[in-house]
Design a protein around this ligand. Structure first.
Ligand code: ADP
Ligand code: MG
Length: 222
């Protein structure tokens, strides 16, 4: 019970922080993007490549903000039937350049799995989780992604053979800005945990230092 209370408190603070960050960063970025677009129309042809890259990158930054901070919006959650097998295939495809870079192979074992939820948010969650799995193996290795049915649940398991975590480290997961990585944000797990919770799912971690980690996401099957 105590753990639940601490988590709710965490989420409340995160929600407020995220909402103000989204606001403060999104506005100047949107304004700059507008002016880049104006420039694009008047610069000489050979410069248009650069304005285009600028605009694309700003769009990317904006969508990262939106993706990471959607949970902070008070809007009702869109709930639709989502084909998790398809989502996980898309995750694998999206991350293929990243796996190549890290010498990682993704091994898929996907049965059918349908849940009710927000497809974009589920995609965001699994991208974040699989990214962490990849990043946990500095010398490369396999990431296993399995999807199967267990009673009335759909289970997604993501296993790596990476650096693993201690019990204490597992307890800190989801704390904003908690990151052990040099260039980490410490936002990935925070987003995952709050989104999965909002979709009535649950998540658990099995990990051993220097052996690897298994993350299991359970959702109600439909
Ligand atoms: P970031 O990836 O930016 O560091 P996250 O919120 O995604 O932030 O993760 C927080 C921390 O949790 C990571 O820095 C890492 O220490 C730990 N972690 C998460 N997933 C794994 C994993 N699969 N294996 C080992 N450590 C992990
Ligand atoms: Mg991460």
């Amino acid at each position: 019970l105590r753990e639940t209370m601490v988590n709710n408190e965490k989420l409340h603070v995160i929600g407020q922080l995220a909402a103000s960050l989204a606001h403060e960063i999104r506005n100047p970025l949107t304004a700059s993007r507008g002016f880049i677009q104006l420039l694009e129309e008047i610069v000489p042809d050979h410069c248009r490549r650069y304005t285009k890259i600028s605009r694309d990158e700003m769009d990317r930054a904006l969508s990262i903000i939106d993706d990471y901070l959607t949970f902070a919006k008070p809007e009702a959650h869109k709930r639709k039937k989502v084909n998790l097998k398809e989502v996980l295939e898309q995750v694998t495809q999206l991350l293929s350049p990243y796996t190549l870079l890290h010498n990682v192979t993704i091994v898929l074992n996907l049965k059918e799995g349908w849940v009710e939820g927000d497809r974009d948010k589920l995609l965001q969650c699994f991208v974040n989780l699989v990214k962490n799995a990849i990043e946990s193996m500095p010398n490369g290795g396999d990431v296993r992604i399995s999807l199967f049915q267990k009673k009335n649940h759909v289970v997604v398991s993501i296993e790596d053979q990476g650096i693993g975590m201690t019990k204490e480290e597992i307890l800190r997961l989801g704390t904003p800005f908690y990151s052990m990585k040099e260039k980490g944000t410490g936002l990935g797990m925070m987003v995952v945990m709050s989104l999965i919770k909002n979709m009535d799912g649950s998540i658990n971690f099995k990990s051993e230092p220097n052996k690897g980690t298994e993350v299991k996401v359970l959702m109600n099957s439909i």
